[in-house]
Design a binder for this molecule. Structure first.
Ligand code: ATR
Length: 272
């Protein structure tokens, strides 16, 4: 019997994770099976128990269950603790290990795939929700010169900064507060792109040679990336690379083998 893994979420039908992990297991010759689980909004714990009892080895967790996955984990990594959310579970006897590979995936896509160093750069993180929190620690570990958190609801930006108060190079505010300032790396971690809305970013935001990165992806440039192009960002990227890299990191946690990601990212970009 091959080892079984799954992605759990609601909705889940359009998840690219089964395709990505099927490619990874083929490429690395791992004897494993990866399935999709649609859990009802109040059925996460029951679905996990069922999967575990049937010998399931690990899971990816997506919207809306990442916080619940964090709560049911009996052991958490530093990343998962900082993110207060879990996207990767490992089942081992009675233990449930919870990790979060989103931030690592983002950093690997920016630094390795796009060859854009974050160290000493001026970074703007747009958004202060779950997605933004999930990437804070890996971003800070890259030692940017400064990290500005901008959010529509200013209190949430301040709260997120306070969670990482041991780092002294963070500022927080709303979008008007960054008027006149420019940044080298601008990350959209809001859900504004989902509803087709650009962010109210000041025109000065994008420095020469800057990278605008949207953690969302779609079949055309998001409103954020369209605005970034118009306002002079040199490099643009959506979140397809991050999606593949966070999956590769989960795969590594489960199987101890690191899959190649380059060709798969190219393939998914062509399909987009
Ligand atoms: P997620 O887990 O995807 O981060 P979330 O926790 O609900 O979801 O956070 C959504 C983020 O997108 C928040 O930063 C939100 O801003 P507010 O805190 O002010 O709500 C941001 N967001 C959503 N729609 C937005 C819009 N139209 N303009 C600006 N920011 C938006």
């Amino acid at each position: 019997m091959p080892d079984t893994y799954a992605v759990i979420g609601n909705p889940i039908a359009h998840s690219k994770s089964p395709l990505i992990h099927a490619e990874f297991s083929k490429q690395t010759r791992q004897d494993m099976y990866y399935e999709t689980i649609l859990a009802p909004p109040n059925g996460f714990a029951a679905a996990i128990e069922d999967f575990q009892q049937n010998g399931g080895k690990g899971m990816n967790v997506t919207v809306p269950f990442k916080i619940e996955a964090y709560k049911i984990s009996t052991r958490l990594t530093e990343q998962a603790t900082a993110a207060q959310a879990v996207n990767t579970l490992v089942f081992d006897g009675n233990e449930i290990y919870g990790d979060n590979t989103d931030g690592t995936g983002l950093i690997r896509d920016i630094v390795t795939n796009l060859d854009f160093a974050i160290t000493t750069k001026r970074v703007l993180l747009c958004g202060a929700g779950g997605a933004a929190r999930g990437i804070m620690l890996p971003l800070l570990k890259q030692e940017p010169r400064m990290l500005a958190i901008s959010n529509r609801t200013i209190q949430k930006a301040h709260k997120l900064r306070q969670q990482f108060s041991s780092y002294k190079n963070i500022v927080s505010g709303n979008y008007a507060d960054i008027a006149g300032k420019e940044f080298d790396l601008i990350i959209n971690a809001t859900s504004a792109s989902l509803i087709g809305k650009p962010l109210p970013l000041p025109l000065s935001t994008f420095a020469t040679e800057s990278l605008a990165y949207d953690i969302m992806y779609g079949d055309k440039n998001t409103p954020f990336l369209q605005f970034a192009r118009k306002e002079g960002a040199t490099y643009l990227s959506d979140g397809i690379g991050m999606l593949v890299e966070q999956a590769a990191e989960s795969f590594f946690i489960w199987r101890g083998v690191r899959p190649e990601t380059k060709l798969l990212i190219e393939m998914l970009n062509q399909k987009n």
